[in-house]
Design a protein around this ligand. Structure first.
Ligand code: NZQ
Ligand code: MN
Length: 389
């Protein structure tokens, strides 16, 4: 057996650790750009607090609070201009995956004088350009649990002209510092809690069945799935359930270590085209729409692993094949319990777009499709999409 593990991000986890953002960032630069979304962090008071903490640590701070959910290349380029004009030398992403990914992408854009599409889309050989060591250092403070962007070497950026939502990736995209403070998630409304929690499940579940899974990722994936099964319904039902919030942040930690090594596979490969064509669809909602079909149509490709997932959600059947065959059903009940039982048509996706979604997945998310066990054809993707409609 041979496997590798690489995650250089320095993680700080715990209630109140947000307060360390100044002292953790100061060694990395002198002019910080604080990148965040349009309202959540300002409303919760964390934007002002972060600015104060960075300034107290002796840094100059430029605020860029214009990042939309499913962040766009246009927003990244606007950030690059501001970062260069202000001479920013360190990026602090504060918010959900959208803010953190934008901070990572601005860190690349501000340090590389080329078309950002080279990093995002595969060339004729199927390769993407990798961000170099010149990439500015990033501190990622997550307010959702979550994308785990704070622990991954990915930044997902939408191209509004071509309706694509690809990711840039590479070792230099790991944030230098990740802060996972469960307190920042207390203000998430139930639907954001549920959607981002479903994302955690998918990172762990896809990682668990992935062709590139290792003993390490299998372990972190299972721990994450167990925590989601236990804590997500509680966090959705009662946002002030602090144990459940901590549990979901821990699930995000474990899923992040899984995702950072294994990447996503078929569900993520299909969700990115959805977000590219329909930017108003929340990442977790797009994933939720295909989970049941994924369980029903994929379990035979890895019966033992799907049986393990099914058992975490309550299936007691000792036979692996028959336990695995029940995974779609128990996941459907789980999604209902957290208010995320949605179809692609509920999300506003037009039926005639299903073929385009499958084609896009095979074009710019092929790496993810290929990490799905077995051979995954266009017809398989269409089967998942049709069953999810
Ligand atoms: O827009 P703002 O004002 O920031 O408000 C956000 C947004 O409206 C709000 N929100 C976030 N934290 C909150 C909060 N509201 C109240 N209290 C809080 N604590 O919630 C909405 C959703 O936020 P967003 O950042 O868009 O969600 P999420 O964290 O799910 O991130 C999604 C993005 O991450 C990418 C997705 O594709 C999508 O673009 N991903 C990034 C990955 C990575 N870098 O490794 C992997 C993932 O698979 C994913 O693809
Ligand atoms: Mn995801």
């Amino acid at each position: 057996m041979e496997f590798r593990y690489h995650n250089p991000t320095r993680l700080t986890f715990g209630e109140g650790t947000f307060g360390q953002v100044g002292e953790l960032t100061a060694p990395l630069g002198s002019r910080a750009m604080l990148v965040t979304g349009r309202s959540a962090m300002e409303k919760a008071g964390y934007l002002q607090k972060a600015k104060d903490l960075l300034e107290d640590a002796g840094m100059a701070v430029t605020v860029f609070n214009k990042i939309p959910p499913n962040p766009t290349l246009d927003a990244v380029m606007e950030g690059r201009e501001l970062a260069q004009a202000e001479g920013c030398d360190v990026m602090v992403g504060l918010g959900g995956g959208s803010a953190m990914d934008a901070a990572k992408a601005i860190a690349v854009a501000a340090s590389h004088d080329c078309d950002m599409r080279e990093f995002l889309l595969p060339d004729e050989n199927g390769e993407k350009r990798l961000p170099s060591e010149a990439t500015l250092p990033v501190v990622a403070v997550t307010s959702t649990a979550g994308t785990s962007s704070e622990l991954t070497p990915f930044a997902v950026i939408s191209l509004t002209d071509t309706h694509e939502k690809p990711a840039m990736a590479g070792p230099n995209l790991f944030p230098r510092i990740a802060i996972q403070d469960p307190e920042l998630t207390y203000t998430m409304p139930a639907h954001v809690t549920a959607a981002t929690g479903v994302d955690v499940f998918c990172h762990a579940a896809e990682g668990y069945i992935s062709t590139v899974a290792t003993p390490l990722t299998a372990h972190t994936a299972l721990k994450a799935i167990e925590l989601v099964a236990e804590c997500l319904p509680k966090a959705v039902a009662a946002g002030a359930h602090l144990e459940a919030r901590r549990g979901m942040m821990l699930a995000n930690t474990f899923a992040g270590y899984t995702l950072s090594q294994a990447g996503g596979n078929v569900m993520h490969a299909l969700e990115h085209p959805m977000g590219g064509h329909y930017p108003d669809i929340a990442h977790g909602a797009g994933l939720a729409a295909i989970i049941v079909a994924w369980g029903e149509q994929m379990w035979e490709r890895a019966p033992e692993r799907f049986a393990t997932v099914a058992r975490i959600f309550g299936v007691e059947d000792p036979d692996d094949r028959s336990a695995a065959a029940q995974v779609g059903g128990v996941l459907k009940e789980f999604l209902t319990a957290v208010g995320m039982e949605v179809t692609l048509s509920d999300l506003g996706i037009e039926q005639e777009m299903l073929g385009t979604l499958a084609d896009d997945a095979l074009r710019y998310m092929l790496g993810g499709v290929r990490k799905t066990p077995g051979e995954t054809t266009r017809e398989d993707l269409m089967g998942l999409l049709r069953a999810s409609y």
